[in-house]
Design a protein around this ligand. Sequence first.
Ligand code: FES
Length: 66
Amino acid sequence: MYVCICHAVTDREIRAAVAGGAARLEDLTMTLGVGAGCGCCREAAVALIDERLVQIEESETSSIAA
Ligand code: FES
């Protein structure tokens, strides 16, 4: 699904960027252009960043506990 229409960026691309180290909207803006146009996508992009960071953290916690 497209999150940023202005720069044709999908939720998959955002999740991959977060997995690759992006942790703030500014990181996505610099690498993918997310939020650099009309700005309508910023809230959704931040929500995706937060969601993906939680998933990564949970994954790391469960692998440490195993
Ligand atoms: S939809 Fe992302 S900047 Fe316009």
